[in-house]
Ligand binder design. Structure first.
Ligand code: SAM
Length: 303
């Protein structure tokens, strides 16, 4: 089998949560390099995999090839890849001829590969174009920074980055933009480093701003909210949804969306966190929070 470039986050616990059944369809809404999908397939489940990043297609082709090598004559009977946003889950399922599935997995945020690729602009540690678009479409982070006013910028940094110095950083960005357009991650990092107040820091001065811009560029929280509802709608009674979130804003959306629906029962009051050995296997697991819920039948017609 082709090597998957990283160890999927909390893999065993995701499998336990989803309890994949032989020959039943599951959705992996965040295919990435396909680590979780491969494990579901290895347990005998069938998988519809979705990813909005066009580079995921190469991993889907590799998986198709591996299924053929393993003797599956028509991989489409076990595995379907759809390039798109999981917020449109219902359309994606219809397109592959399915109405309902037994489980949905969402492993949110950016992949290690997206972070490691400088030209994508997701990482403040790599210099590259200030892009941050998972799908490659729509306005980039550089476009947003060019067009936003101070109030917008400060609001984004505050709301989506939970950045304490949002106003100060927003002013610094606008002042620097007036000198020359901000088109690279390196330049933005320099501006943030210079503007950040001196003194002890909890984390890198650019971390929260990068998180905020990425969330806005990709409408990550809007997609998550819509995707969670679409996922629950698509579950058969008894079907399961497992979600891995990586920061408190994502986790809050997951918690509320699953709690507010009458047709799902949360199975994790508090989210599960990674053990030391899961963190050793993939350091990204350090901030992971896994929530599980099960679809229940809703009363029906009392007559
Ligand atoms: C953390 S990675 C998933 C890694 C994957 N579980 C694996 O084992 O390789 C998240 C992936 O979800 C994709 N993604 C994020 N938001 C999405 C959305 N709204 N719709 C579809 N894909 C999305 C990203 O492009 C990225 O490839």
């Amino acid at each position: 089998m082709t090597e998957v470039p990283h160890v999927p986050v909390m893999l065993e616990r995701c499998l336990e949560a989803l309890a994949p059944l032989e020959d039943r369809w599951f959705v992996d809404g965040t295919f990435g390099a396909g680590g979780h999908t491969r494990a579901l397939l290895a347990r005998g489940a069938k998988v519809v995999a979705i990813d909005r990043d066009p580079t995921a297609l190469a991993h889907a082709h590799a998986l198709d090839a591996d299924l053929r090598t393993a003797g599956v004559a028509d991989p489409r009977e076990r595995f379907r890849f759809v390039a798109g946003n999981f917020r449109d889950l219902a359309d994606h399922l219809r397109a592959v001829g399915l109405e309902a599935v037994d489980g949905v997995l969402l492993d949110l945020g950016v992949s290690s590969m997206q972070l490691d690729e400088g030209p994508r602009g997701f990482a403040f540690r790599h210099d590259g174009p200030l892009d941050m678009r998972m799908s490659g479409a729509g306005p980039s982070a550089a476009d947003l920074i060019r067009d936003a006013d101070v109030a917008d910028l400060a609001a984004w940094l505050h709301k989506y980055g939970e950045e304490r110095h949002s106003r100060r950083l927003a002013h610094a960005i606008v002042a620097a933009r007036d000198e020359a357009p901000i088109e690279t991650t390196g330049r933005l990092v320099e501006i943030l480093q210079r503007a950040y107040p001196p003194g002890p820091r909890r984390d890198h001065p650019a971390r929260r701003t990068f998180q905020a811009l990425r969330i806005v560029v990709n409408d990550e929280l809007g997609a998550l909210e819509a995707g969670l509802h679409a996922a629950v709608d698509a579950l058969t009674p008894g079907g399961r949804i497992a979600v891995l979130a990586y920061h408190s804003l994502e986790d809050r959306v997951v918690k509320h969306a699953l709690r507010d629906r009458a047709d799902v029962e949360a199975r994790t009051k508090r989210p599960l966190e990674a053990t030391e050995s899961e963190i050793d296997a993939n350091p990204r697991a350090r901030s992971a929070k896994l929530r599980l819920a099960v679809k229940v039948a809703t009363g029906g017609d009392p007559t």
